[in-house]
Ligand binder design. Structure first.
Ligand code: COA
Length: 144
């Protein structure tokens, strides 16, 4: 694996590629799409992406949550690149960024199908399974 992780700017060309990947991985399989209002609201978020050469192969979004915590959302790795450590690498970059912002905790709503990925990376499940975008999720947290 030789990927580089970069911050990408909202509304940039890279952001458009990241939204395309998020749509393909996280929305289209559920028969859903992002609304323009949802994407417009992401201007206050931090966007990270993993690149293999010029190809954007994974992305994640970090949203403000509270004084000590960032919310991690929209983690997506391209189908053809899964299981190669890219998700773990991107998660580590997100955690490193959170620390630079003085945050000590990350919270996320994990798809139950991805819960083991987050557990393997030090996240702990909290509370009951709930439904979001039509599928089961569970809240998970990590103290940094
Ligand atoms: C979940 C996802 C982000 C993981 O990224 P990835 O690059 O495939 O994962 P990695 O290769 O970094 O895996 C890291 C570890 O987690 C494990 N893992 C990865 N995905 C897993 C899954 N869905 N279930 C169980 N374990 C998983 C890997 O086996 C690996 O464990 P190991 O160190 O013992 O080998 C990616 O598979 C994905 O985009 N899935 C579809 C979208 C999704 O579910 N996103 C999360 C929304 S909350």
């Amino acid at each position: 694996m030789s990927v580089t992780i970069r911050h990408i700017a909202h509304a940039s060309h890279d952001y458009a590629m990241a939204v395309n990947l998020r749509r393909a991985v996280l929305r289209t399989p559920l028969g859903l799409d992002f609304t323009s209002a949802q994407l417009a609201a992401e201007t206050t978020d931090t966007h990270l992406a993993a690149f293999e050469g010029e190809d954007l192969v994974a992305t994640v979004v970090l949203s403000p949550y509270d004084d000590t915590t960032l919310k991690l959302r929209q983690m997506a790795v391209d189908d053809s690149q899964r299981g190669a450590g890219i998700g773990r690498h991107l998660l580590a970059a997100a955690e490193a960024f959170a620390k630079t912002q003085g945050k000590t905790r990350i919270i996320l709503a994990a798809r139950v199908t991805a819960q083991a990925f987050y557990t393997a990376n030090g996240y702990v499940a909290e509370g009951e399974v709930f439904e979001e975008v039509t599928i089961p999720h569970i809240t998970m947290c990590k103290t940094l």
